[in-house]
Design a protein around this ligand. Structure first.
Ligand SMILES: [Zn+2]
Length: 183
């Protein structure tokens, strides 16, 4: 062990003196790069933080994740963001999203980032990449499409990622970002 090679710590609050209320216990070990959301991650004990959600999409995200009325959730809507102009943030206590769930949210908001938190620490930071094909998550809007039969699994090709545009594999109907309905 070489002396002086202390583990690297990212002190996220360095630029702004933290209010006394926020400093107890939760600082020092997170690996989140400093950004505009840095102070708010520590508010969650265990669960998932979804950052960089598109503005005013957080309620839709809660719906597609099936987060119920009994869940403990912190919601920030239309916050100032340096990356996006405005963004939403969701913090869901006590729930770690699966990859499939994160991919679902990414379809709603492709630039979203996810942090899994355990004991106030970020154990995984994740940004899903949109797949070239999406199976089963999304409903086709064409009433004549074969996928209206519940035995047929829907399949969409991702035509463009920003803005998101999908095309039904079966009937070729296009779906734009704001039309997406989750099955
Ligand atoms: Zn279709």
């Amino acid at each position: 062990m070489a002396p002086g090679s202390a583990p690297k710590r990212v002190l996220t609050a360095a630029a702004n003196p933290a209010p006394a209320l926020q400093s107890a216990g939760a600082s020092g070990a997170t690996e989140v790069k400093p950004d505009s959301a840095k102070m708010q991650v520590s508010a969650l004990r265990s669960g998932t933080v979804i950052d960089h959600l598109g503005p005013a999409t957080s309620f839709k995200a809660l719906k597609i994740l099936g987060v119920g009325a009994d869940a403990t959730v912190l919601i920030g809507v239309n916050l100032d963001s340096s990356k996006l102009r405005k963004k939403d943030i969701l913090k869901i206590e006590g729930r770690e999203l699966t990859d499939a769930e994160m991919n679902k949210v990414a379809l709603l908001s492709p630039q979203a980032t996810f942090s899994l938190i355990r004991d106030f620490k970020v154990v995984r930071k994740f940004r899903p990449t949109l797949p070239d094909q999406v199976e089963g998550l999304i409903r086709c809007l064409n009433p004549a499409c074969i996928t209206q039969d519940p035995r047929v699994t829907g399949r969409f090709h991702v035509v463009t990622k920003a803005p998101l545009k999908l095309r039904c594999h079966f009937c070729e109907r296009s779906l734009h970002e704001n039309e997406i309905e989750f099955a």
